[in-house]
Structure formats: structure tokens, C-alpha cells
Design a protein around this ligand. Structure first.
Ligand code: F6P
Ligand code: MN
Length: 297
């Protein structure tokens, strides 16, 4: 089944249109990757150096989303202020997650959260979320509150429409993989101790350095991804609005749990657009166990 037909049957009309616009734009972004690898001198609002591809993908997705006439605002990791528009859905996005992995050809991705209220808003206000992987395959994985579904881009003449790959994706019962970002020496001690225990429980360490890629394998294999609290930076690295909450929403729909170390990621009310949070996400039992270790220490 093609994406648009599936969305027509299974998603609210406005969210279906937004997902469809993102699908088309994601192919433009992907097509442009080899041509946009020069560094720009500017930095994004979080202080990371922007690459031409970051700026390009930001602009492609802002245009695609605002031209539907359905979004109230688009907030992006790459913009200090949201782009205002006329509709009712607020979109928060990380237009190119893991862009430092472009040169090495590790997977990269795009993340979108569709909120019912003005941003910054808590994950509980999400109407849906979607992420794109540009990896071995270009896939769209999304939930609009009724399970997690996946589509893959396939060449058909001159275009690349998305075909259904899987419905109602769930995290497997038996967890198999783990991937933790940052430096081990900088993690809070409870995280280091938990990480240390995982190999002995039969899990394998698999880390690619792109949140979308690292989470995507957790969804497929079961396990845990974390960008933890650091001893010197208790609020971690990943952005609540653009990264943590949309993925936590999808993960919850897939039967998992996502925590900031003290509670559900979806309950965080970010004070600012670029607020960060520690993130522990994946198989419910593992994440609850680590949350308990952290919060009772
Ligand atoms: O968006 C930030 C990001 O690129 C994530 O995709 C990834 O999980 C993280 O940074 C990797 O950080 P580090 O290189 O510190 O492990
Ligand atoms: Mn990112």
C-alpha cells in the first residue's frame, strides 16, 4: 500500500497532509546530501556548527510544512525563532539529526513532533510524531496515536513513493542492543554502572552516533538508547521538543518507555524551545530499572 492511501484511511486529515508533505521533502533532502557537505560559518541556536545540509534541510521542511496551510508554527533545532504560519498544528523538528555523520555515511535522520498547542509544549500535547531514516533505506516511521507504522521509499520511474513496510511495530520482548551517547567518564555513576551490567545480561553494545539510527535499532531489536545525564551537565544533550518527546511518543506507542531519570519524558514542560534533557528510551523494563537506580540514588 502507498503512503497517501494508508494515511487517508488511518490518520486525521491535517496530520495526513503534513506527513505526506514531509515524505516528499525527505526525498529532496536525501537527494541533496552529496552536494551539500561544505561547512557554513554560522552556528545554530544551541551552538553547534551548521552545515549547508542542515540549513538546506531546514528550509526544505519549513517550506513543505508551511505550504500545506495547516501549521500554526514550525520550530526547528536550526532556528532561534519558530516560523509562523496560518494553520492550527505546531510542528517541532530536528531537520537533520546526526548531520556530523554525513561524511562517514552512517545513518542520519529527521524528527518531527506535531503538537496541539503553542510551543514550547509538553509531549503530552503531541498529536503525533514521525521520524525519517536516511540509512540503508529511506524510511518513515510514525504514530498518530494508533500504533507505529513504517514506510520505505522505493524507486518507481522518476520518483520515489513510499510503500508500506510494517504496521503496529512493537519493541521485541527480549532486549538485544544498547547504545549510549557521550563519554563514559562523563556519565553520572548510576548510568555507568547500569551500562556495565548490560553485556552480562546478553545484550550487545551497538552505537552509531545518530539518535535516529540508534533508536531505530532499539525499536527493531529491543533494548535501550540513552544520551544520559552527565556529571557536569545534568540536563544532557538532546533537545526535549525536537528530539526527546517525539521519539518518546513513538516509543510509547510501540510498547516502550522513555524517562529523563525521574519520570516520563512526555510529562516534561520545557521552559524554552531548546531545553535539553537526559534521555533513557527503549524497552519498558530496562528503562524503568535505570530510572529507579537514578532516582533512588
Ligand atoms: O543531535 C545530537 C546528536 O547528533 C544525536 O543524533 C546523537 O545521539 C548525539 O548527538 C551524539 O552525541 P555524541 O557524539 O556525544 O555521542
Ligand atoms: Mn539531533
Amino acid at each position: 500500500m502507498k503512503l497517501d492511501e494508508f494515511l487517508r484511511l488511518n490518520a486525521p486529515e491535517d496530520l495526513a497532509s503534513l506527513a505526506s508533505a514531509i515524505a516528499k521533502a525527505s526525498i529532496d533532502v536525501w537527494d541533496s546530501v552529496p552536494f551539500k557537505t561544505g561547512l557554513l560559518s554560522e552556528t545554530n541556536p544551541s551552538g553547534e556548527t551548521q552545515k549547508a545540509i542542515d540549513v538546506f534541510s531546514n528550509d526544505v521542511f519549513v517550506d513543505a510544512l508551511t505550504s500545506t496551510g495547516l501549521v500554526a508554527e514550525v520550530a526547528s533545532e536550526e532556528m532561534a525563532e519558530p516560523a509562523a504560519s496560518k494553520g492550527s498544528v505546531s510542528v517541532a523538528m530536528d531537520p537533520l539529526d546526526g548531520s556530523s555523520n554525513v561524511e562517514t555515511n552512517n545513518p542520519i535522520g529527521s524528527i518531527f513532533g506535531f503538537y496541539s498547542s503553542k510551543l514550547p509544549a509538553p509531549g503530552r500535547d503531541l498529536l503525533g510524531a514521525l521520524y525519517v531514516t536516511y540509512g540503508t533505506m529511506v524510511t518513515l516511521t510514525f504514530s498518530f496515536g494508533k500504533g507505529v507504522h513504517r514506510f520505505v521509499a522505493v524507486r518507481e520511474g522518476g520518483s520515489m513513493p513510499f510503500q508500506l513496510m510494517g504496521v503496529n511495530l512493537k519493541l521485541p520482548e527480549k532486549p538485544e542492543v544498547y547504545g549510549f551517547g557521550g563519554r563514559r567518564s562523563e556519565w553520572i555513576s548510576q548510568v555507568a554502572a547500569f551500562w556495565e551490567s548490560l553485556e552480562g545480561r546478553g545484550l550487545r553494545n551497538r552505537y552509531c552516533g545518530t539518535f535516529v539510527g540508534d533508536y531505530n535499532q532499539v525499536l527493531a531489536r529491543g533494548g535501550i538508547f540513552s544520551y544520559p545525564a552527565l556529571a557536569k551537565n545534568p540536563r544532557g544533550k538532546l533537545r526535549v521538543l525536537y528530539e526527546c518527546a517525539p521519539m518518546a511518543y513513538i516509543n510509547e506507542q510501540a510498547g516502550g518507555y522513555a524517562s529523563d531519570g525521574s519520570g516520563n519524558i512526555l510529562d516534561i514542560q520545557p521552559g524554552g524551545l531548546a531545553d535539553t534533557s537526559p534521555l533513557y528510551i527503549g524497552s519498558s523494563e530496562l528503562v524503568h530499572e535505570l530510572e529507579k537506580n537514578i532516582s533512588t540514588a
